[in-house]
Ligand binder design. Structure first.
Ligand SMILES: C[S@@+](CC[C@H](N)C(=O)[O-])C[C@H]1O[C@@H](n2cnc3c(N)ncnc32)[C@H](O)[C@@H]1O
Length: 419
């Protein structure tokens, strides 16, 4: 059957087959009840006017823009499936649970409604009345009137006094406001796409004392938070189609880095041998915590990579570092992998007066991560007034409404990947 002749149910099943394969390729398990919900909810009803073939592609469907920026969308199915999976794993299933979804559209809320069943509840909140009106209409058309739709800034409590077993945020956050912790039940779970060091991960966080601690995370990307929790990302262009992404209030002298990639390149290798499924998103956070001073994220257009001017490990966001020496600024970044017999090595590239030293330093940090057993990060989120002495011993990030610490616990008894 060709796509042209497939009905919506066939398209939906084909999409879910692809999602299941994608999970397997990533070493994840698509829970049967999540798979069943995905096979039930008609995604095309949340994208009116979009052809059914497009509604069942594994991508986000942008529904609102501000200038060039997307500010609302029907989220990509693979992201939704992974985040609901994170929540369902943490809560051992969602049946009977009370859920608050932050960021509406209707599709994800309908999947959640399928999963919580008649004994649970779903409230969805969006800051934009156009989005909530649209979501209400789509939910009604698809028969999910039980979902409560609220228009409000989710920075603050939604239904005062009410607590939820799950708060699932479907918009990119930079901070965790106190309201999210306060609205969770004691054994509840917050799933949130959160930016730390300029890199976004969907974290599963559980209450721990007066804060939250993570138990899983996945690579992801979302439209940005609006309202009182908004936090701007700034970009500095360093060549045609190559930018540095600045977060956490970093400052860079744009004139000093312009054209830096035209300086001679120095390359170094960590000298490790890693298997294909190694989660390098964890390495990137490790590097951010080791290269705090001057840490930035490099991103590049495909044309810039193809031209050979830059060779990042991942063109959408590669860890990089700016260091200032007597001779000027040096840029160092994690470079494309080197494959040998289905195993790969990690590389670093640098341009600038201290390039020899800075590539060696980055390669050393990458080797240290492998030596430590390729550990995953743990994120701790604490109230903004937490004294230094009460913070876990990690890389501390001071946000506006919270303090965060990222820690790594070296794995014992691992086989070293060093050649
Ligand atoms: C990716 S869309 C949500 C997708 C949706 N969950 C779905 O089912 O596909 C993100 C939404 O978050 C909303 N948003 C942004 N900032 C917000 C805030 N502070 N409070 C509530 N909603 C917000 C935007 O208006 C946007 O509609």
């Amino acid at each position: 059957m060709s796509v042209d002749t497939m009905g919506s149910e066939d398209l939906r099943n084909a999409m879910v087959d692809r999602l299941a394969a994608d999970h397997t390729a990533k070493g994840l398990v698509l829970r049967p009840e999540v798979e069943a919900a995905l096979r039930t909810v008609p995604r095309e009803l949340y994208a009116p006017g979009v052809p059914a073939e497009e509604a069942y592609e594994n991508t986000a469907i942008v529904t609102k823009r501000r200038g060039d920026e997307s500010i609302s969308s029907v989220s990509a199915p693979f992201l939704i499936a992974e985040m609901i999976g994170q929540a369902a794993d943490a809560l051992d299933g969602l049946e009977g649970r009370h859920v608050l979804e932050i960021g509406s559209g209707g599709y994800n809320a309908s999947l959640l409604a399928e999963l919580v069943g008649a004994s649970g509840s779903v409230t969805t909140v969006d800051i934009d009345p156009e989005v909530t009106d649209r979501a209400s209409a789509c939910l009604a058309a698809a028969g999910y009137e039980s979902v409560k739709v609220v228009c409000s800034d989710a920075e603050y409590p939604i239904e005062p006094g009410r607590r939820y077993d799950l708060i699932i945020v479907t918009v990119g956050a930079w901070d965790v406001p106190p309201a999210w912790r306060d609205q969770l039940t004691d054994d509840g779970v917050l799933v949130v796409p959160l930016r730390t060091f300029g890199m976004t991960r969907s974290w599963t966080l559980r209450p721990s004392g007066n804060g939250l601690v993570s138990e899983s995370h996945r690579l992801c990307g979302f439209v940005p938070m609006q309202g009182d929790g908004a936090h701007e990302i700034r970009y500095v262009d360093i060549a045609e189609g190559v930018h540095l992404r600045l977060d956490e209030d970093e400052k860079v002298d744009a004139a000093a880095v312009e054209g830096i990639l035209s300086r001679p390149v120095v390359e170094a290798w960590a000298g490790v041998s890693l298997p294909p499924r190694t989660v390098l998103a964890d390495l990137d956070l490790w590097l951010a915590t080791r290269l705090r001073e001057g840490f930035v994220v490099l991103s590049a257009q495909q044309e810039a990579v193809d031209s050979g001017i830059v060779a990042p490990a991942w063109r959408f966001g590669t860890p990089a570092n700016l260091s200032e020496g007597d001779g000027g600024i040096t840029l160092t970044y994690r470079s494309a992998l080197r494959w040998t017999d289905r195993m790969f090595d990690l590389g670093a590239r640098a341009h600038g007066p201290d390039a020899e030293a800075t590539v060696a330093r980055m390669a050393g940090h990458m080797r240290a991560w492998v030596d430590a057993g390729s550990p995953a990060p743990t994120l701790h989120v604490l109230p903004a007034d937490t004294p230094d002495g009460d913070l876990p011993d990690g890389a501390v990030l001071d946000k506006r409404r919270s303090r965060m610490s990222v820690t790594f616990t070296p794995q014992e008894n691992h086989e070293k990947g060093v050649q």
